[in-house]
Design a protein around this ligand. Sequence first.
Ligand SMILES: *Cc1c(COP(=O)(O)O)cnc(C)c1O
Length: 351
Amino acid sequence: MIENSEAFAAPLRLRLDGEALVANWRTLSKLSGSGATGAAVKADGYGVGASEVSRRLWEAGCRDFFVAHWSEAVALSKVIPAQNIAVLNGIQLQDIPAIRALDAVPVLNTPLQIEHWKTSGGGRCHVMLDSGINRLGIGPGQISSDLFNGLDIDMLCSHLASADEDVPQNDAQLRLFTDMSTGIACRRRSFANSAGIVLGKDFHFDLTRPGLSLYGGIARAELAGNIRQVVFPSARVLQIREHEAGAPIGYNATYRTTGSKRIATLAIGYADGYFRAFSAIGYVEIGGEKHPVLGRVSMDLVTVDITHVQDVAEGDWIDIGFELHEASYATGTSQYELLTGIGSRADRVWS
Ligand SMILES: *Cc1c(COP(=O)(O)O)cnc(C)c1O
């Protein structure tokens, strides 16, 4: 009896370019000036694989890793030291014993969390100030003279809401973060995400926290040409059929063949993160040429036009167009969602 799913070769794989990942981190480090550069690896490294990503970035010299949940910190602590992992979503009272046993670093977001941290023994922590995203962090009106007394703050940080746009909010947040953080004892201050790094040296402080652009996302136009694609999906051809004009293709017949067509059905669908938004918009690449998706993307399958390609056969691997900036623009889905949407059925192959 076969009990191991790995006995079967997955018909879908993601080639993950480890060299491009490290090159992107180095590029973002350079752009971060004299400050250190961390890595946001929450949501399983934006879908790419937090352990594999972190192992590579650790070797490249990265020492500050950011996850959202404590469960993510537990998994990651098998790969890098827990003291180098920060947990952005803060602490819940009932988790404190486990948090102290793990020894990853909490990012304290509220006065109540600060209180819990102090009364449970204190120790090294990070603190999030809210300079205007109004989501997580201590707001300007919540700072009192004794709030931070006795707290061992390593990183005092804040998060930009609109760094991917040229709006006055960026400078307003910078001013407020600078004001709020002045006079609070800490070892380091951290402000910029991927897009924030590009806003210039005033935004860099002691540590930057890129996520998206590590994985090939173009957080701002200035990064195009400097950031390399990391994620390359490819899927096997499951079937090839010839159709005369007028054949309805896929769910709801949103496409009908306009002339005689050769259509390949590939093993990737929206359950794999190849969203329905790619219907009639996405493309595959064969021999450097682009060939369009026809009709709807379904859960496990997509149909593509290979009328003008001769040498494609059942079982072949076909590269799926997945350049994030372009795919985001074409589908109206954010680059973040495209990355984190990548499903678990694909074999991940690092190169
Ligand atoms: C996700 C996140 C980052 C990384 O942001 P990118 O836009 O992906 O570079 C940095 N800081 C915080 C607090 C985050 O939540």
